[in-house]
Design a protein. Structure first.
Length: 229
């Protein structure tokens, strides 16, 4: 399947890849690519057709649907708690991962992105905060579609702590760019996801069968949803 490129502002794009998306932001000195999708199609070629700036690749986390075309790039960057999980992916791991730290700024020239470490969906998940444009790139941790919280790498208590951390930053963004489902979603989706996660932790949500085969149950209160054990 071909990628679909959609403009999301000045020199900024979302790149749709089947059920997931990447983001590309061009600054005056570099271009930030967030994630590489699932299909492993000709992503590097596509990115090179959109920008001639050097690419700074960041993975929000190391789930297979976010690192699918990593092998086409020289190096990537992620929070080190993700390194061991990343190393399990034999194809993508050939591209070395360099560390990103909580609070670190990625400056691409005229545009900055702050790394916010938010474990829960995976141990080393991150969000990127663009304060000037009031945008939060949330990876898989905030979405209008069900968030995966079952199996290895996931932690509901860490996820809730991370939602509390993002809530303390909520005055800095109006818009959230998720990797799955509708994009963008309003900042209010953070509160919905946090409240639903807390209700899940308290055992208040009724398990439902998932809409497609999955070794997990669907939990929702209508405002947000999780696939969880
Ligand atoms: Zn994903």
């Amino acid at each position: 399947m071909a990628y679909e490129v959609v403009s999301i502002g000045d020199r900024a794009w979302r790149i749709e890849d089947e059920m997931v998306r990447c983001f590309l932001f061009e600054g005056t000195s570099a271009a930030l690519l967030v994630d590489t999708g699932v299909s492993g199609g000709a992503l590097c070629e596509l990115v090179d057709s959109l920008t001639d700036k050097p690419i700074y690749l960041v993975n929000t986390h190391a789930d297979a649907d976010h690192i699918g075309a990593n092998a086409q790039f020289k190096r990537t960057h992620m929070f080190p708690a993700e390194f061991m999980y990343y190393a399990q992916n034999e194809v993508s791991y050939k591209t070395p991962a360099l560390p990103l730290w909580d609070g670190e700024d990625i400056d691409i020239g005229g545009r900055r992105f702050e790394i916010i470490v938010i474990p829960g969906h995976t141990y080393g998940s991150i969000a990127l905060l663009d304060r000037a444009n009031r945008l939060l790139i949330a990876g898989d941790s905030i979405s209008a579609t069900p968030i995966f919280l079952f199996g290895a790498q996931r932690s509901l208590p860490a996820f809730i702590a991370s939602m509390e951390k993002l809530t303390r930053l909520a005055s800095a963004f109006d818009t959230i760019l998720p990797s799955h489902g509708d994009c963008p979603v309003p900042a209010s989706q953070l509160g919905a996801v946090k409240a639903t996660a807390e209700a899940l932790a308290r055992g208040e949500l009724t398990p439902q069968d998932p809409p497609f085969p999955l070794p997990a149950k669907l939990y929702t209160d209508g405002a947000a949803a999780f696939f969880a054990d």
